[in-house]
Design a protein around this ligand. Structure first.
Ligand code: FUC
Length: 753
């Protein structure tokens, strides 16, 4: 493609430019398989050891072993984590709708169960004989395990197909009759039933806690070539088989519609149909379809941040992380983590599904850390910050649909609690609208910021009209009814806590900044739709009367309306810096004094804390245009908060860490929150040469860039969805207005840069 990886030095610069010119106007969506694969560089997470968790391991150790070593597969709805033992394969699986809770209680995302495949004659197989390798290829969303035992080469290939909507596990060998053993399922909940007939095991039951007792079912279908398969006592046995194909599907009767009582038909029939369809197809056929579907999303963006030496590239992922911890430069790993976040997003959030939880669609607990829920005081928002910029707009849809599904429940609860219009929520949220922990007035506006931003990137008016605008408007009404006028005549938010620390006070910066953002976004949204001009005037007035950001006695940006900040406060939440990122109220370009105060606060908070906190700090420093500091935080994150399977950790594993990191990398390369598409606003010295293809910018644009010696060498901006094509760009410090007709692109080289 337009961007040739540095490893592919055989392609001349002239050839590169020619390719660039021809492809300049094509949208990334229509481009074929990325050149990366063709150039022989592949994005692979790998290890030479299976995941071994000794029986009866206490939960806190299990978390460390599971969270750091299993490889995740998912198709948005279904997810599984694989352990890859030789004599016994263990596959823990999830389906995104298996939740406890109801309209009052958050509940928790649930483990669904486990599938075990035991292989006879492997008990003495050694994973350390030098032939064992397990890998996750994130360019294909394909997991492979290979090993040799007693003169036979064994191969397992697993994937979670979005188009076929089932998970697929293949076991092959280079000798006939190599597989004898059993397949079994374990229900993660008590009281269910497990039956086996023919080659299929069925697990079914109903959840007990909570008022909404979801019914669930999973089926594993074992298809063999050669040998025989039989069923007894809930277990499928296979004997002397040349190969096995196991299909796994699961579901519940959850429906994201309150007016239907949150329920639909029992999942049994849907599972039977999906499995029957998949069983009629070959593994190769389903794999080809899966890779095509996945790469339509994944291949849109390529990124190159520099070269890692060949020795480091050969290391297993765990060893590369160790090398990185001992200061070995590895820009390829930094880039890999950006792409890994895209892998996780495509695998855990597809249209029609529920949003990615704190653990995406991978959770082995019934009482998971923080319920594996939708935390609205930073985490679920962070999950979706990077999605549009990383050219995965389709993956955003679940968040908008979830908000839409719970609005009514939240409106009722808010009316009952505060007697105001609109709605608010508490920071722990579930799939039936139930919420727990403190009420946090700013939270709903924060999710609404994601909703607005998705429009800002895509310019999709139908989405704005039906999904974002109604929420923005009802939240304006919430603020209208909830704000008080203080003694200085300013509007202040009701008493609450700045997320998770400090006193309960009025006018916290968290609420003030989020209210500003909400009102500001509402004004733009109503203008874009030509809607509610009278109400808009009211909102303009409210925005003007809001208590704004304040600079305190040590030059800091105040977290509270009173000047209470402690310079020793290292709290993980950065709630008073939302105006810098992801908001747009404070920036070095528009409010330099406040931006300086934000730096004082950021320096005081320090460069430590949880994985997601560091990820957010990357974003904030990038918005403050300090690329080197943003890079330092990226390094702190990789050294301290990334497991060998590349999951980010709080600890424990929390997917916002991965997604927040990707947002940070995006902010370092392109910013567009101020109505200007700004290229390389925070490029660190550590990435002097690099390139990126098809990042998205707000307004409906796509950006390709190549840079050299810390300076932009070539840029291309494509109009993919801007109706006007009036684009303000900031390139190499110069701001100019350009016009790019829909479907066209403008290239910048030479003097313009
Ligand atoms: C917020 C954070 C915690 C954790 C939890 C899921 O409450 O303060 O660190 O990430 O979300």
């Amino acid at each position: 493609m337009t961007i040739i990886r540095a490893k592919d030095q055989s392609i001349s610069t002239a050839a590169r430019c020619a390719v660039a010119a021809v492809l300049a106007v094509l949208s990334c969506h229509s481009q074929a398989i990325a050149a990366e694969s063709a150039a022989g560089t592949r994005r692979i997470v790998w290890s030479a050891e299976p995941v071994v968790i000794p029986p009866n391991t206490p939960r806190r150790f299990f978390e460390g072993l599971w969270g750091s070593s299993v490889y995740p597969l998912g198709n948005g709805r279904l997810g599984c984590t694989v352990f890859d033992g030789i004599a016994e394969e263990h596959i823990q699986f999830n389906e995104d709708t298996l939740w406890t809770g109801d309209e009052a209680e958050t509940g928790a995302f649930q483990n669904f169960g486990d599938m075990f495949i035991t292989i006879e004659g492997h008990a003495d197989a050694s994973p350390t004989n030098g032939t064992y390798r397990r890998e996750l290829d994130i360019e294909k969303a394909l997991h492979t395990v290979t090993y040799e035992h007693a003169g036979t080469r064994y191969r397992r290939e697993y994937f979670a197909s979005h188009p076929a909507n089932v998970m697929v596990f293949s076991f092959t060998a280079d000798k006939k009759g190599a597989y004898t053993g059993t397949v079994s399922l374990r229900d993660a909940h008590p009281g269910g039933e497990i039956n086996a007939a023919g080659g299929t095991i069925t697990l079914s039951g109903a959840l007990r806690p909570g008022q909404i007792k979801l019914k669930y079912e999973a089926q594993a279908m074992v298809l063999n070539q050669g040998g025989s398969v039989s069923a007894a006592n809930g277990v499928v046995s296979f004997k002397g088989c040349d190969s096995l194909l196991i299909l796994l599907d699961a579901g519940t009767d959850y429906l994201n519609q309150r007016d239907k009582g949150w329920k639909q038909q029992h999942p049994h029939q849907r599972i039977v149909e999906r499995l029957a369809k998949a069983a009629g197809r070959s593994f190769d056929d389903m794999l080809a379809e899966h890779i095509k579907d996945y790469q339509q999303l994944f291949n849109r963006v390529t990124l190159q941040l520099g070269d890692t030496d060949a020795e480091t590239l050969k290391l297993s992922t765990g060893d590369r992380l160790k090398a990185y911890q001992s200061q070995k430069p590895d820009p390829d790993l930094e880039e890999m983590l950006f792409q890994y976040a895209r892998y996780l997003m495509v695998s855990s959030s597809r249209p029609g599904d529920l949003p990615a939880t704190l653990q995406g669609v991978w959770n082995p607990y019934n009482w998971p850390p923080w319920r594996s829920d939708y935390h609205t005081d930073v985490n679920v928002e962070m999950n979706y910050w990077f999605v549009d910029a990383a050219n995965l707009s389709e993956c955003f849809q679940p968040l908008a649909e979830w908000v839409n599904s719970i609005r009514e429940v939240r409106r009722e609860a808010t009316k009952k609690e505060f007697n105001v219009r609109g709605w608010a929520t508490r920071s722990e949220n579930g799939i039936f609208g139930g919420a727990t922990y403190h009420w946090v007035p700013g939270d709903a506006s924060w999710v609404a910021q994601n909703l607005w931003d998705h429009y800002a990137f895509t310019q999709d008016k139908e989405y704005l009209r039906t999904r974002a605008y109604p929420v923005l408007k009802e939240l304006c009404e919430y603020w209208e009814d909830s704000m008080k006028t203080n003694s200085a005549g300013k509007l202040v938010s009701p008493k609450s806590q700045s997320p998770e620390h400090g006193p309960f006070a009025e006018g916290n910066s968290y609420e003030q900044q989020l209210a500003w953002d909400l009102l500001n976004n509402y004004i733009e949204a109503s203008e874009a739709l030509g809607a509610d001009s009278e109400y808009r005037k009211k909102v303009v007035d409210m925005k003007a009367r809001l208590l704004g950001p304040q600079i305190g006695k040590w030059g800091q940006l105040q977290e509270w309306a009173e000047d209470l900040d402690d310079p020793q406060d290292r709290h993980r939440h950065l709630s008073h810096l939302i105006a810098v990122h992801p908001g747009r109220q404070i920036s070095p370009a528009t409010t330099p004094e406040l931006a300086e105060a934000a730096k004082v606060s950021m320096n005081a908070r320090g460069d430590g804390e949880t994985g997601w906190s560091k990820a957010w700090k990357i974003c904030i420093w990038a918005r403050l245009r300090d690329g080197d500091r943003a890079y330092k935080l990226a390094g702190e994150f990789i050294k301290g908060n990334v497991y060998p399977n590349l999951w980010g950790c709080c600890p424990p594993f929390q997917i916002d860490c991965n997604f927040g990191y990707a947002a940070g990398v995006g902010e370092m390369l392109v910013q567009s929150h101020l109505g200007v598409v700004e290229l390389l606003p925070a490029l660190p010295k550590a990435w002097p040469t690099g390139s990126v293809r098809c990042l998205r910018a707000r307004g409906g644009y796509e950006v390709d860039m190549e840079w050299k010696d810390g300076k932009l060498a070539r840029a291309l901006i494509r109009n993919v969805s801007s109706p006007t094509g009036e684009c303000v760009v900031r390139i190499s410090g110069v701001t100019s207005k350009i016009n790019i007709s829909p479907g066209q692109a403008k290239e910048f080289t030479g003097k313009e840069l």
